[in-house]
Write a protein that binds this ligand. Structure first.
Ligand SMILES: *Cc1c(COP(=O)(O)O)cnc(C)c1O
Length: 362
């Protein structure tokens, strides 16, 4: 028995689908730090602002929790391959875990996938197909999902799309974020802000908190807040209109990872907002980029734009008076900065060139 098979998400083996220890495929996912804001919180008037660094997972996003469990489930069932779709992070993550397990991974990707998310999948030897319009056009999205479902069934492949609607067992690994937050001292978290694309992250965290409430580990659910781009605010619009399912509409969002015009877990995500007394925030991409940069400049946290939208949402909510100054606020930093090198280049380009000198000018 290796130690890694009992730490991270595996520490909560009783709350997630059962996997024999020899079938647990792990790269050290989970058990990510919760750290307090040193500068941004005091500056914006949030005295208890915390960041959960999911960006520190093995492939740089919280998707590693899901991939670890999903690929382990495939192993447990004796399957030889996984299949799915991705906007980038799920693919890079599943490709890594599949490589470790010796399984093939067939994946359909969005047309506009950033190279820094695509290339790791190629390196891990995933079988990749790009689909035109996928990620913008909801109709194309539906057709891709239908094709993947059909292949998964007819060829007996493990279906690994990181949404409850498609891979409910693997998604249970997301609950461990709520367990960890509670153990890390955030048992009195008042509000948890997080990005919402397909809505699976929100749904998983909600389910984790519901378990904790049932077990008496917490007294009440924290308010859960879905943060979306105004360019793809299907869940946030529905929330504002009081609807129980996401509003349809194409995506013009520029933020990779949350461009999901047909959120598969949208209905459950809306229920999670309602049951937890939470709400939704739609943020202009420029705000998210601003706070991505500020996290790097003022907190030393380098995350991808989707990882910063929770903070952008918290600050907008504070301005709107939806959260109090002393509330315990957690922002889920969902993915690492190096995931999106295009955005890193854009940040660098607006800054002065670095000087280059000869050694004798020193
Ligand atoms: C997948 C992902 C999201 C969105 O999660 P959903 O479950 O689709 O809502 C947010 N941030 C990052 C970094 C992601 O990889």
């Amino acid at each position: 028995m290796t130690k890694t098979a009992t730490r991270g998400i595996w520490k909560y083996e009783r709350q997630i689908p059962e996997i024999m220890e020899r079938n647990r495929i792990t790269l050290g996912e989970g058990q990510t730090p919760l750290i307090k804001s040193t500068r941004i919180g005091p500056e914006v008037g949030l005295t208890n602002l915390y960041f959960k660094l999911e960006s520190l997972n093995p492939t740089g996003s919280y998707k590693d929790r899901i991939s670890a469990l999903g690929v382990s489930l495939a192993k447990e069932r004796g399957l030889t391959a996984c299949i799915g779709t991705t906007s980038g992070n799920a693919g890079g993550s599943i490709a890594a875990y599949a490589a470790r397990a010796g399984l093939n991974y067939h994946v359909y990707v969005q047309e506009n996938i950033v190279a820094s998310k695509l290339e790791p999948m190629i390196v891990h030897r995933a079988s990749i197909v790009k689909v035109k319009g996928f990620g913008f056009n909801p109709e194309v999205g539906n057709r891709v999902f239908a094709k993947v479902l059909k292949n998964a069934q007819s060829r007996n492949l493990e279906l690994l799309i990181t949404a409850y609607a498609y891979a409910p067992e693997a998604m249970e690994a997301v609950k461990t974020i709520a367990y960890e937050l509670t153990e890390e001292g955030a048992e009195d978290a008042d509000v948890v802000f997080m990005p919402a694309g397909g809505g699976g992250l929100l749904t998983g965290i909600y389910r984790g908190y519901r378990d904790l409430l049932e077990d008496g580990a917490i007294r009440c659910l924290p308010k859960l807040v879905a943060c979306q781009s105004t360019g793809c605010a299907n869940i946030a619009k529905a929330w504002q209109l009081g609807l129980d399912k996401p509003v349809d509409g194409a995506s013009t969002a520029m933020i990779s990872g949350i461009q999901v015009p047909n959120p598969p877990d949208g209905v459950q995500a809306l229920q999670a907002l309602q049951h937890s007394g939470g709400f939704a925030e739609a943020l202009p991409d420029a705000d998210t980029w601003h706070w991505q940069e500020q996290l790097a400049v003022k907190e030393g946290i380098f995350c991808e734009p989707a990882g910063a939208i929770a903070l952008a949402g918290a600050i907008q909510a504070a301005k709107e008076g939806r959260i109090g100054r002393n509330a315990n606020v957690v922002c889920i930093v969902s993915g690492a900065g190096y995931k999106d090198v295009d955005r890193m280049g854009a940040m660098v380009k607006q800054l002065p060139d670095i000087p280059m000198i000869d050694a004798d000018e020193l």
